[in-house]
Design a protein around this ligand. Structure first.
Ligand code: HEC
Length: 263
């Protein structure tokens, strides 16, 4: 019995890990956060406060710290970004009741303060880009990175209509290169691939490129929120190393001075 229990304990973390294994999506793009890019972080916060805060709080982060770090004056932050009537010194909590939310969406919207540390920021970036229309889902939306997700496609008006469909893609040769038509120089041979995301041109506020840029900013903001002191930590780290190098030089010289008389 004890052995069985031990085996269960050993296997259980593996099962949990397996359940959250990342999903491959051919439309995924790399993400490289930039915390020095203030306009990107400010736009990310604007998008977050407008489209996400209704369901997802940032309960470990304060408005004041965020506004200061992002270079937004307090009055502007309160007027344009805080819609809940909260004060600048308050935590960025949401009024969404988790129990009711679980009933509505099948899963309660998680707090997102630490999401960029729990999940790879690249995953979040692609998750936000991977919503598409799917009539079989309760809210009419599905996600390529998180199949059967409970979250509705809240960015539909910005993103425009995206559906699953078939598109022509370049046919790949066995060596990994694109196959070329032997008769027409330079012409690539294509093949039809289904289950790909197709965007209806002109249906959203943003073009697909602008939407990707907006999702970059939003993810960059969540990356910042995950560790607001990251930039400062790197700066202090460099000073500490410089200090140790200088201290090392003096210690070496002192050591040489002491041993001079002994030798
Ligand atoms: C209408 C409520 C609602 C809004 C608004 C909303 N979400 Fe969600 N979100 C959810 C729910 C519900 C879940 C849990 C989904 C699940 O686990 O099936 C979720 C999950 C997530 C997750 C976790 C996904 C994972 O892999 O576990 C992220 C990241 C996320 N939302 C980001 C956002 C961002 C960014 C916005 C703003 C653009 C946003 N959400 C707006 C309801 C919402």
């Amino acid at each position: 019995m004890r052995k069985l229990l031990l085996a269960c304990l050993l296997i259980a973390p593996g099962l949990v890990w397996g359940a959250s294994a990342p999903v491959e999506w051919e439309g995924a793009k790399p993400f490289d956060g930039d915390l020095t890019d203030k306009p990107s972080l400010q736009n990310g916060m604007r998008l977050y406060m407008n489209y996400c805060m209704g369901c997802h709080g940032l309960q470990f982060q304060r408005y004041e710290r965020t506004a200061d770090d992002l270079g937004i004056p307090h009055e502007i932050a309160l007027e344009k970004l805080v819609f809940s009537g909260q004060k600048i010194g308050e935590l960025m909590t949401t009024a969404m009741d988790p129990v009711a939310a679980k009933d509505w969406f099948g899963a309660a919207p998680p707090d997102l303060t630490l999401i960029a540390r729990l999940k790879d920021p690249e995953y979040i970036y692609n998750y936000l880009r991977a919503f598409y229309a799917d009539e079989t889902r309760p809210f009419g939306a599905n996600n390529k990175m998180y199949p059967n997700v409970g979250m509705p496609n809240v960015l539909l008006e910005l993103q425009g209509n995206v559906t699953e469909g078939c598109i022509q893609v370049p046919k790949m040769a066995e060596n990994g290169g694109e196959m070329r038509d032997p008769l027409i120089p330079g012409k690539a041979i294509t093949e039809e691939q289904c289950g790909r995301l197709v965007h209806e041109e002109g249906s959203g506020v943003y073009t697909p490129e602008e939407f990707d840029a907006a999702m970059y900013d939003l993810t960059n903001f969540l990356y910042y929120v995950g560790e607001p002191s990251r930039l400062e930590r790197h700066r202090i780290g460099i000073y500490s190393l410089l200090f140790l190098i200088i201290l090392g030089c003096f210690t070496y010289l002192l050591n040489r001075e002491y041993w001079k008389d002994v030798h």
